[in-house]
Design a protein around this ligand. Structure first.
Ligand code: GP9
Ligand code: MN
Length: 422
């Protein structure tokens, strides 16, 4: 009830990290785009095939700071069984997904105070783009609760056999066709694009790639590089289209890997890729996914701050000049000097800037060796507390009882994604 929500609000306010003045409001009034990079893990950034070819030359250029982009190299996914949808959930709510099952499928009717609805009050139109059926992960229900005005699903795309593979639209035609819808959005807009083609088991149609397969004795790992290279090209094409259309310089673009693509079943091949043994410690390090944030007119480059999905919402709100203090949030602004460098995983393991905890064993990040677990005691308590409070919010639908200043609830009845509403 409302006393439970008070505990949560008190906790999140007490842990608020003040915005960094250098970044606060840097992107005020600008458009926002989130691009979900399917199954994309950080080990592929700057990775070179045995013949010397970079897998993701375009994303590598962003990692160097090109196009006013900041690259977070110590960023981790925090997803559970809800995979892509869990990452979406965290990005927009700064809450954790559920310990079992998917919050999108089981808690879509809750009250949320999510990015699309927050920005609606600042005059933004919101739109989600996804080249597959709208009911996948129950998105058509959940997106209403998040406040999305528009949802461009498979009905809006040319789903020809050449344009699609197992999970729907291939990234190049998907982003190409999205451009015409983007141009018709009211500005400023808040939007997200769910890429699909770099999905397990990563096989591609021959005509879509001339990039070499890997030779690591495992078809999934071998094809991952090809498929990641295709996604890299699709993003470069999209950036060029945005530049041509004059959108690039008035848009914040957040690109993030949604979750791991290569599971522990493929460790023998991944050991060849990485040239080292994949211990429980190394497996936790492999949960790094890239986070890039393009902000017009800022100085780009690598940022080594440790963080995870829940930290993105306060980071972007502060870039847009909206103070997030009044909102229930478990993350903190990655640019803040007070940012908490503790990254909880959904199973209670965690990574900090110094230590990694896996199954109750603590490791030193610098050496990967076991250390006395009392060194991680404080972080462990924070991780447990955060997951527990977040679960209370989601299971108890507690945001019903708390409204941040100036926030207006979503009116689900006023939202309709049927194509004949156009
Ligand atoms: C499908 C996409 C892929 O819409 O979300 O599913 P996932 O990566 O979550 O298995
Ligand atoms: Mn996914």
């Amino acid at each position: 009830d409302s006393s439970d929500v008070n505990d949560v609000v008190n906790y999140t306010k007490a842990n608020f990290a003040e915005p960094n003045k250098v970044y606060f409001g840097k992107a005020k009034g600008m458009n926002v785009m989130y691009i979900s990079l399917e199954s994309f893990q950080s080990f592929a950034i700057n990775y070179k095939m045995p013949n010397g070819q970079e897998v993701t030359p375009f994303l590598n250029s962003l990692a160097r700071g090109n196009d006013s982009t900041v690259y977070f190299s110590n960023f981790f996914h925090q997803t559970g069984q809800g995979k892509t949808s869990d990452a979406e959930f965290m990005m927009e709510n700064s809450l954790y997904p559920l310990p079992q099952g998917s919050v999108f499928t089981t808690k879509a009717r809750n009250t949320y105070e999510a990015m699309p609805q927050i920005l609606k009050q600042k005059g933004y139109e919101s739109a989600a783009f996804h080249g597959n059926t709208k009911s996948f992960w129950n998105r058509d229900e959940m997106y209403k609760s998040l406040g999305y005005d528009r949802f461009f699903d498979s009905k809006y795309y040319n789903m020809s056999p050449e344009n699609t593979k197992n999970y729907g639209m291939k990234d190049k035609p998907f982003l190409k066709e999205s451009i015409s819808y983007i141009k018709n959005l009211h500005q400023p807009f808040y939007s997200k694009y769910i890429l699909l083609s770099n999905h397990f088991p990563f096989g591609m149609d021959k005509e879509d790639t001339d990039f070499p397969e890997g030779d690591f004795g495992d078809s999934v790992v071998n094809k991952y590089f090809q498929s990641a290279n295709y996604m890299d090209q699709a993003i470069e094409q999209f950036f060029n289209d945005l530049k041509k259309d004059g959108l690039f310089d008035k848009t914040v673009i957040v690109l993030y890997g949604d979750h791991y693509g290569i599971s522990e079943n493929h460790n023998p091949a991944m050991e060849k890729v990485l040239g080292k043994k994949i211990t429980p410690f190394e497996n936790a390090q492999l949960q790094r996914v890239p986070l890039f944030i393009h902000v017009p007119n800022i100085k780009g480059g690598e940022n080594k701050t440790y963080g995870g999905d829940v930290d993105v919402r306060p980071t972007v709100m502060h870039l847009l000049g909206i103070n997030s203090k009044d909102y229930v949030q478990f993350g903190s602004d990655l640019f803040s000097k007070e940012h908490h460098q503790i990254v909880p995983f959904r199973n209670g393991d965690f990574v900090t800037d110094k230590y990694t905890s896996v199954g109750g064993t603590l490791y030193d990040n610098a050496t990967g060796t076991k250390v006395d677990k009392s060194l991680g005691k404080d972080a462990d308590a924070i991780v447990k507390k955060q997951l527990e409070l977040s679960d209370k919010v989601v299971y108890g639908d507690l945001l019903r009882f708390y409204k941040p200043k100036g926030f207006k609830n979503v009116n689900r009845e006023a939202i309709n994604y049927a194509i004949d509403q156009e």
